[in-house]
Design a protein around this ligand. Structure first.
Ligand code: ZN
Length: 368
């Protein structure tokens, strides 16, 4: 019986409810976090560095570490006051992924296709697992951890994650694990009072992974703003989007920010979720070879401010993941935006105090 008690965060008023979910597995991702830590999740294991292979992908595969470096330089964080991400285990991944999908990742060729790093084909799979998939699994664990932290603290940021092209049985576009779907399903299964989620996906690409996963799930409301002319153009997945904003090539700040604000407010007025998952891709940046939009660094900071403001003003917990963003200057912009959120008192210790007084449900973490 004690083992079963690990399964669910107990509700103080309904202590027996946790026994409903006897099938949930034991996870390390919902372990207690010291109150002295900011809900910012990261691990040095996020970064992919291997024989220069990372240079073959138009992706700054070390951007996550650089964001942390800049945040430390500005004395917003230290190694001691952030939360260290843990790798998602196979059992954790099976909450969403099929066994056959996870088995397919044991073929280097499959991983080469998903990550768009063709030379991986020639590597033995144990190296692919260790050097590419483990970093992605750690980022995935980070998103799941940040989901619970967002509920407990009112906000949380995973400095990585946001693999929005991956669904339960299919990866693609660098996304091997469906971290957004996982974070939401973990909350639904394990945290009392969380039964509605809104995904605000503002990466330049359509988030077809979580859209396919939640296509027939009425608990999840999806807003997606993306360049209509680029990958993945997944018409089937589009049916899952309640608020679809398709942009043209070269969309600039004023039009973009106006649409983001209008639809953020509209989405949250339509349905009040228990959690917002904000996919904050920075490949909307002007000059991005894949995103095809023309948003300035200031525009990205303003965008993040708009989303956090909409969430915080309503007292809705928000989880941010950093998703796509492929230029060398991206890390600096992400760090600047996080610092701006702090300056605006939308995150940081003051935000923590406010969250304590908001309508965030009080969860008693008896065993976790
Ligand atoms: Zn993208």
């Amino acid at each position: 019986m004690l083992a079963l008690s690990f399964l669910r965060v107990n509700h103080p008023f309904f202590p027996d409810l946790h026994t409903e979910l006897a099938s949930s597995h034991q996870t390390e991702l919902y372990a207690a976090v010291p109150p002295t830590c900011l809900p910012i999740v990261y691990s040095p294991a996020y970064n992919i560095t291997f024989l220069g292979l990372e240079k073959l992908h138009p992706f700054d595969a070390g951007k996550w570490g650089k964001v942390i470096h800049f945040l430390k330089e500005e004395q917003f964080i230290t190694d001691e006051n952030i939360v260290v991400a843990r790798e998602a285990s196979e059992e954790d991944l099976l909450v969403v992924h099929t066994k056959s999908y996870l088995s397919r990742l044991k073929w280097s060729m499959v991983v080469a296709t998903i990550t768009e790093i063709p030379p991986l084909v020639f590597l033995p799979n144990f190296l692919v697992q260790r050097k590419v998939l483990r970093p992605l699994r750690t980022q995935t664990g980070g998103t799941i951890m940040a989901g619970k932290l967002a509920i407990d603290r009112g906000w949380a940021i995973n400095v990585g994650g946001g693999f929005h092209h991956c669904s339960s049985d299919k990866g693609g576009g660098f996304c091997a694990y469906a971290d957004i779907t996982l974070a939401i399903k973990f909350l639904f299964e394990r945290v009392e009072g969380v039964c509605k989620a809104t995904i605000i996906d503002l990466d330049a690409h359509q988030g077809n992974g979580h859209e396919r996963d939640f296509l027939y799930d009425r608990r999840v409301y999806i807003m997606d703003v993306y360049n209509r002319h680029i990958y993945p153009g997944d018409g089937f997945a589009k049916k899952a989007i309640e608020r679809k904003v398709e942009l043209e090539w070269g969309t600039e700040d004023s039009e973009y920010l106006e649409k983001v604000e209008l639809h953020c407010e509209g989405a949250l007025n339509e349905i009040r979720p228990d959690i917002i998952v904000y996919n904050a891709g920075t490949d909307i940046l002007d000059g991005d070879p894949l995103g095809g939009l023309a948003i300035s660094p200031q525009g990205i900071m303003k965008r993040d401010e708009i989303v956090f403001m909409a969430a915080r003003r309503r007292g809705i917990p928000i989880l941010m993941v950093t998703s796509g963003g492929y230029q060398k200057k991206t890390a600096r912009i992400i760090a600047d935006s996080i610092l701006n959120l702090q300056r605006q008192h939308l995150i940081g210790e003051e935000a923590l105090e406010e969250a304590g007084q908001s309508s965030v449900p009080v969860i008693m973490s008896k065993f976790m």
